[in-house]
Design a protein. Structure first.
Ligand code: CP
Length: 313
């Protein structure tokens, strides 16, 4: 039976979600898309709510789109800057969070380099928590906006052949995307150099291959991943030039995919490393559509979590 009522207070990972819950988020995001096309881009949905962005790692797309999404729903959005906070004076993460909680936010959106921080905050705080990326574990709203973009462009997710290529080991996006897309009935192939493939890659539920040509062949969707130099403690490829030569998505390689392939990338892109510029900007790329859809998806997530409080006017 299809679930029709959202009951979760937190969004911590895709692994927790049922297919019906994913569909609820994607369907709600569909209805929020048109707000961006209005002359006055504002609805009163979250008026009176206070949302707090706690980003302990850099972000352009996720932090901005959460803020824009919150403001489009008339919520008050407060950005916490870890660089200028009392964490620099030695205050712990939990003390910081408890002090911020004392100011009565309704929802906290957190990004942290350590896996599990959003779960820890959800267990300790009374407000809702959204995971905006924790270490290499999960980035659930990125996977939701990727799925939304695929469904928007292809009309479905079930039965599609999807390749996710690059630095899989360090990618929370890859983990959340494999979990989501396989739950929705897609066949997912993970590809990259052996030195960037986690030992448990097959256990994630995807096929694994080490050749980009093989990974791209006959795919409906190709998602390229950023090489995450900041998370690499050892050298995992000889040089950028060689990485581009063996693992970048180029026009020649893309020609092996289906004729109507779409290309995704969560950003930020390393042009000339994992993706050629003419492919990133070319006719098959939906990369900026992903970014636009991210606002509607985050509006949907905040709307549904807020509704679970049962206090909506
Ligand atoms: N996709 C993504 O998480 O981008 P940002 O790091 O810019 O938020």
């Amino acid at each position: 039976m299809k679930r029709t009522v959202w009951t979760r207070k937190h969004l911590l990972g895709i692994a927790d979600l049922e297919v019906a819950e994913i569909e609820m988020i994607l369907d709600s995001a569909d209805s929020f898309l048109e707000v961006a096309r209005r002359p006055i881009k504002k609805v009163p949905t979250l008026r009176g709510r206070t949302l707090l962005g706690l980003f302990f790692e850099p972000s352009t797309r996720t932090s901005s789109s959460f803020e824009i999404a919150a403001k489009r729903m008339s919520a008050d959005w407060v950005n916490f800057s870890s660089a200028s906070s009392s964490i620099k004076k030695g205050e712990t993460l939990l003390d910081t969070a408890k002090n911020l909680e004392a100011m009565a936010p309704d929802l906290i959106v957190v990004r942290h380099a350590l896996a599990g921080v959003p779960d820890m905050l959800a267990a300790e705080l009374s407000c809702g928590v959204i995971n905006a990326g924790d270490g290499a574990r999960e980035h659930p709203t990125q996977a939701l906006l990727d799925a939304f973009t695929i469904r928007q462009r292809k009309g479905k997710i079930q039965g599609l052949d999807i390749a996710i290529i690059g630095d899989v080991e360090h990618s929370r996006v890859a983990r959340s995307d494999v979990a989501l897309l396989t739950k929705m009935g897609a066949r997912v192939t993970l590809a990259g150099p052996r030195s960037m493939m986690p030992p448990d890659a097959e256990a994630l539920g995807a096929e694994v291959c080490y050749s980009i040509e093989e990974a791209v062949r006959d795919k409906d969707v190709v998602m390229m991943l950023r090489i995450q130099l900041e998370r690499q403690s050892r050298k995992v490829f000889p040089s950028v030039k060689e990485y581009f030569e063996f693992f970048a998505l180029t026009r020649d390689r893309l020609a092996k995919a289906k004729e109507d392939v779409i290309i995704l990338h969560p950003g930020p892109m390393n042009r000339g490393v994992e993706i050629a510029s003419d492919v990133a900007d070319g006719p098959y790329s939906v990369i900026l559509h992903q970014v636009a859809n991210g606002v509607a998806v985050r509006m949907a997530v905040m709307y549904l979590l807020d509704g679970a409080r049962g206090e909506r006017a």
